[in-house]
Ligand binder design. Sequence first.
Ligand SMILES: Nc1ncnc2c1ncn2[C@@H]1O[C@H](COP(=O)(O)OP(=O)(O)OP(=O)(O)O)[C@@H](O)[C@H]1O
Ligand SMILES: O=P(O)(O)OC[C@H]1O[C@H](OP(=O)(O)OP(=O)(O)O)[C@H](O)[C@@H]1O
Ligand SMILES: O=C(O)c1cccnc1
Length: 488
Amino acid sequence: MTDLSKIYKSNLSLLTDLYQITMAYGYWKNNKHEQEAVYELYFRKNPFGGGFSISAGLATVIDYLENWTFEAAEIKYLASLKNPSGSPMFEKGFLDYLEQMKFSCSVEGIPEGEIIFPFEPVLKVRGPLLQAQLIETPLLTLINFQTLIATKAARLKLATDGDTILEFGLRRAQGIDGGLSATRAAFVGGVDATSNVQAGMLFGIPVKGTHAHSWILSFDEEVEAFEAFAKAMPENTILLVDTYDTLEGVASAIETMKKLRSKNIPFHGIRLDSGDLAYLSIEARKMLDQAGFTATKIVASNDLDEYIIQSLKNSQNAKIDIWGVGTKLVTAYDQPALGGVYKLTNIKNQDGKWESKIKLSEQAIKVTTPGDHQIVRFYKNGKMRGDMVFDVHLGQDAEYFVDPTDVTRRKKIKIDWDEKLLLEPIFEKGKKVYQSPSLVEIRENTLQNMMTLDDSVKRFTHPHHYTVGLEPKLDEKKRQMIHTLRKH
Ligand SMILES: Nc1ncnc2c1ncn2[C@@H]1O[C@H](COP(=O)(O)OP(=O)(O)OP(=O)(O)O)[C@@H](O)[C@H]1O
Ligand SMILES: O=P(O)(O)OC[C@H]1O[C@H](OP(=O)(O)OP(=O)(O)O)[C@H](O)[C@@H]1O
Ligand SMILES: O=C(O)c1cccnc1
């Protein structure tokens, strides 16, 4: 568990938008606060122009919800808020209600490290309207960012074709939490280790690193710096060779490490951090091999992303073994946000019957799917074949599912397909019923899950569209609701 309260040393119940609290107040004033509702969290487009996403952030959500209480300090602050006329924004009765409130929603979620797609609920919250509303913003904050970064990391892992990736991003991250959350999510997505020591302690992520240019600059001679580092860190002799001239730096590192061979200090690696990484790695590899250092690894860093890595590895035959990636990973440089949303999809009316809700939009992509959903994923011979979203009240005995953007496109469910439900129970009426796997297990699951996805969907440019369809009764219900509302 991530233990947010340990990281932030404070209560995070006010980590929400003011409008959530004013709506909660409105629900309370209208005696709707305990009316049961279903909200679903999903996104509409895979990030980075890709064909898939990786779910991340659930353990952080669990930790957030387990510690979700309004304590005296939070209530005091809310009591201090005033309307423009100077009157208190919230009545005491409402604040008393918040102070005694206990989290009592049921939550279902897709486990971290699962492959996910647009329009699939990643989280579903069922419970009192007031509570489910108040947690919208933090749930989106936690899931959107971590899912975005885990997806970026999975793309990097595809580009390196399984080579080790070290996450070096803390110094370029969006603030302290940006750094911590990004490191966690990058590990979920498949990176191997981080330079971020705080994340190592909090999340149990392996910590690794080399040294900086300042180490070299602090000595009169580069060779002196190499020798001192190797002697100080004989079990991590990775030498940064590009401070003055890269290939001269490689030659000096080789000379230094040859001298230290007699002292049984092994030569683990060199790091390249500038220049043409293809040319320099190929030349460095030749020099190392000629000197008998065939096991010495070449680490490369410098503004790397999945496209540069893919080009270096596949087109330019670069001899790089380990990839250090910072800025482009932890800031999700080419797409800084995932547009996940949280929508009310079902509400219990006064007769105790569930009533589906739909939000219309001029843009078909923005029309919500009414109801209370689950997702079934189909596999053939261990490979993902398609996902069907269905309404738990309507069932899923269909023989096909329908593309929500084009009814003429249907996918037949074959008899030999295996299936798995994606949403798992996380909380039941406020009680946690899910034990999150360790972060190491989650990362392993991501790597396994990625093997079940077809290569065409993993392509960086123009990926194949993986089918996510609606169960026909749900599709029909959605269409009817749209027609009825449009007629009105
Ligand atoms: N062979 C290559 N193919 C494609 N991209 C490369 C190759 N070699 C390096 N790059 C990338 O090109 C960019 C080079 O950045 P930049 O122009 O700042 O040069 P630099 O080598 O960092 O120069 P400086 O000496 O200022 O550090 C980096 O993003 C790096 O990852
Ligand atoms: O390029 P990124 O993917 O963001 O990876 C992190 C960068 O941070 C360091 O550079 P910096 O110049 O900050 O310090 P240094 O002196 O150690 O090179 C490192 O050398 C990488 O180039
Ligand atoms: O350990 C490293 O090499 C490292 C750490 C942070 C940023 N850049 C490089």
